[in-house]
Ligand binder design. Sequence first.
Ligand code: G3I
Length: 374
Amino acid sequence: MKRILSLSLLAAACTHAWSASPAQPAVKDHFKNYFLIGTALPVRHVNGLDPKGDSIVSLHFNAIVAENCMKNAEIQPEEGKFNWTDADKLVKYGEDRGMTVTGHALIWHSQLAPWFAKDKDGNLVSPEVLKKRMRDHIHAVVGRYKGRIKGWDVVNEPIEDDGSYRKSPFYQILGEEFIPLAFQYAHEADPDAELYINDYSMFLPGKRRAYVKIVNDLKKRGLRIDGIGMQSHIGMDYPDLAEYEKSIEEYASTGCQVMITELDMSALPTVQMGADVGSIWKMTREERREAMKKLNVYPDGLPEDVSKAWNDRMAQVMAIYKKHADKISRVTWWGTHDGTSWKNGFPIPGRTDYPLLFDRDYNLKPFMQEIIAQ
Ligand code: G3I
């Protein structure tokens, strides 16, 4: 009995160490009259492999989204063969904690199962075949969680930076129609679910024009669309925050909720996708090691001045969200703590980045400590 008691005391002490001190309120409570505070969860977290992370998520967040387990290639890797296990666990994880659960992402050109838009010879399928596959997929996934998932990222990243349609298989086969069709199918599957369109770099004028048009077209057709998701994978030198704020206002003018759906801010120098990333793969191991010295500049932690600049800029971003809380329904971080961020591997694997709300020691970043102490 004595041993069990000491272990439970140790566990309690550890839990206390991870959670906020009584003096420091939970982030979600500070913002409860502004918007939901969410985080993307990886499968390892939902499977209980990150107890410290769980302590943080349970205390500070009131919304979650599946980082990967509900994506097409993960949930239906073969036609008619579904992997529900991790998605079921994520939904239950959220329900057990009274959290709002968002489904991500029904129609996306990335992480798309190889069979979905192609026939057995590798050619694009006909419009009729693709429409049936889209409808069956959406009905199966949305239908399974009917009444349990509040809203869905129905279509993800269909538009290029200049406002043109991405030449995805969906666009190549169905043209612009694939977007209204996806929203129609999702609404058929769960008439009460909120439906969103979601993309990155939503501060660009081209995207802004395109999405305002798309949303207005969907509404004209009498289709349900509730929200516009601004992913917000930002950096220290982009976007211009005035342009970013203008986008929030213009998206809100459509009558949709604005959601910040995948917030993270890289603390590293912005990598030029073409120049830096393309070339790095052509380098020798030695050349790559040299290049990484320039691209992975803070492998052992941020210098004080960089950390301060990061926190100052993030405080400005949060102030914009608070100012427009009447337009913004949710602010979701794309991950809980720095060590789990996709940005440690993108656009170049092996970088150490510092983009999220909690650091690698599960400490709340200073900018947010100051906000919730107010
Ligand atoms: O599941 C496989 C696993 O079986 C395999 O062993 C492992 C190693 O190859 O890969 C695993 O799949 C990885 C998947 O994440 C799940 O961990 C993929 O390789 C990897 O590419 C994938 O990365 C995800 C990325 O989307 C894919 O584009 C990131 O975790 C995820 O954070 C990121 O999220 C996207 C949003 O969904 C949409 N907006 C952009 C955002 C960042 O790309």
